[in-house]
Design a protein. Structure first.
Length: 88
């Protein structure tokens, strides 16, 4: 959860209707449901281990728990905000 805004990353298997056409990612205020759960995974080929504390400077990957898709971005404008898409 983002500390200042109290919003959580949220996604479900609904694609953007334009741009990448991939699974959309949004944020919702303090929504606690299965579509807001993410698995924190270590970057492959590093010394970071699943389940260990994340130290400053550690690169991690986020995987959407329900769909198992990876969080990433594209150089497509989001139809909602006009900013770059964040998707899975």
């Amino acid at each position: 959860m983002h500390e200042r805004t109290k919003f959580r990353l949220h996604s479900h298997d609904v694609p953007y209707g334009s741009g990448s056409g991939q699974q959309s990612v949004t944020s919702f205020p303090n929504v606690d449901d299965a579509n807001s759960y993410w698995i924190v995974r270590p970057q492959p080929d590093t010394s970071a281990k699943q389940g260990h504390a994340i130290t400053p400077g550690t690169i991690v990957r986020l995987q959407h728990m329900r769909t198992r898709k990876w969080l990433h971005s594209h150089l497509h404008a989001s139809p909602i905000t006009g900013n770059l898409e964040l998707n899975c």
